[in-house]
Design a protein around this ligand. Structure first.
Ligand code: MEV
Length: 443
């Protein structure tokens, strides 16, 4: 690829032409392919284009649904946007499994968000600390316009603290603020408040006679929300007597209920202690979480970053979920921070996130936290259940079979034959190739 200046100023067609030239391909062909994914309503396409920059086309992802999710006694059909074939199937199976065992339970522990002003100040912590109440008052006053609507909705700034961070760097201090952003994710709200706090701080130190000349100057390094929100926390769980884990024959995927519970519990212990397993374990949880976060127009990078930090809060990366077997009761839970919104951002701009929220009954942000964590737990339950019983590949390869068949351009008839054949045979790329070769030579 060559370097180019002014790319963003080109029209969409010109951008595609430039890419085609760089690839040595026909620009008509590339334009045909890209435009085949454009929305047929140009107004709607403009909305998609404006979500990002230098947009050429839309990247399609499957939008599916997990029905039968019983959460706190209410039934949901939960939308999921994900490209991995077995995720929706596994979550649906887990939802169905718990449907007859009391469903999922969830509670919100707290909903606070955090923002920081990082600054350098050549002064004494105690001197500032003693008078910081005045600065806090001024910050609240100076942000009154920004916070007015949020306060009317019951949220706003909860606390503003002055922190000594000199153990990390010379002259380094922080303003750490806590917010309640109600049903919005609140990034813009928090960042606007923080930038005002920084201005107020600078004016305030400059005007304080008790400070020396040097102390009258604060160097603001940056103002930004933290995506680590350990106090925006939700806990979701399932529980039942061990014997109820089995079906009518007392078995769960071929294992008796007690052995299953034992192996399941051990699997969680391993994920709590071994970082290699913990990473894959939590990846499975995020299979469920990200898919709902994405379907509802929320920021999955923020939710992931926060979840992984939370998983490391003991200074070792561990499983986000936990399990207990006490007094004959099997309990499996997920406690983690999930900062999302149901108003603002993409939530009402993207037609499918708007529809997703509607499918969920237009929940409040805390309720959405509960729904999202439920899908994380369901996904994790499904994965651990498969891993400790039949193994993961049986289900995975069945789902993957269709992808392999597509690679070989199998006809509808061949797909049907293959699905039948591989009910009792192990799926692999070679096995599918050989099966198709046999079928095709007998035509
Ligand atoms: C695959 O996407 C996710 C799993 O690997 C999760 C797990 O191992 O727990 C199945």
């Amino acid at each position: 690829m060559e370097l180019i200046s002014g790319f963003s100023k080109l029209s969409k067609e010109e951008k595609i032409k430039w890419i085609a030239e760089q690839l040595g391909q026909s620009s008509d062909e590339l334009l045909d392919q890209f435009s085949s994914f454009w929305h047929n309503d140009p107004h709607q396409q403009k909305v998609f284009d404006e979500f990002s920059e230098n947009t050429l086309t839309n990247y399609y992802m499957p939008f599916g649904v997990v029905p039968n999710v019983i959460l706190n006694g209410e039934t949901f059909a939960v939308p999921m946007t994900i490209e991995e074939s077995s995720v929706v199937a596994a979550a649906s199976k887990a939802a169905k499994f718990w449907q007859s065992r009391g469903g999922f339970h969830s509670e919100i522990i707290s909903t606070k968000k955090i923002g920081q002003v990082h600054f350098l100040w050549k002064g004494d912590y105690n001197k500032m600390y003693c008078v910081f109440d005045q600065a806090r008052e001024q910050m609240l006053k100076d942000t009154a316009d920004i916070t007015k609507n949020m306060r009317q909705r019951g949220g706003g700034i909860l606390d503003i603290e002055f922190l000594d961070m000199r153990h990390l760097d010379d002259n380094y201090y922080q303003i750490k603020a806590t917010f309640d952003t109600c049903d919005s994710m609140g990034a813009n709200f928090i960042n606007s408040c923080l930038e005002q706090f920084a201005k107020t701080l600078q004016n305030w130190v400059a005007s304080k006679e008790m400070f020396t000349d040097e102390e009258r100057d604060a160097t603001i390094i940056m103002c930004i929300l933290s995506n680590y929100t350990p106090e925006c926390l939700v806990k979701t769980w399932v529980e039942c007597p061990i014997e109820e884990l089995g079906g009518a024959d007392g078995l769960i995927d071929g294992l008796d209920a007690k052995t299953f519970a034992f192996k399941f519990h051990k699997a969680i212990e391993i994920a709590k202690n071994d970082i290699y397993r913990a990473t894959t374990h939590n990846k499975g949880i995020f299979n469920g979480i990200d898919a709902v976060v994405l379907a509802t127009g929320n920021d999955f990078r923020a939710v992931e970053a926060c979840g992984h930090t939370y998983a490391s809060r003991s200074r070792q990366y561990r499983s986000l979920s936990d399990c207990s077997i006490e007094n004959g009761i099997f309990k499996f839970w997920l406690e983690m921070p999930i900062a999302v919104g149901t108003v603002g951002g993409l939530t009402s701009l993207h037609p499918l996130s708007k529809r997703s929220l509607e499918m969920l009954g237009n929940p409040s942000a805390p309720k959405l936290m509960q729904i999202i964590s439920t899908l994380g737990l369901a996904q994790n339950f499904g994965a651990i259940k498969s891993l400790t019983t039949t193994g993961i590949q049986k289900g995975h390869m069945k789902m993957h079979l269709l992808n392999i068949l597509r690679t070989f351009e199998a006809t509808e008839k061949e797909v049907k034959q293959a699905v039948e054949y591989f009910k009792n045979n192990t799926v692999s790329f070679n096995a599918v190739r050989e099966f198709l070769a046999t079928v095709r030579t007998h035509v």
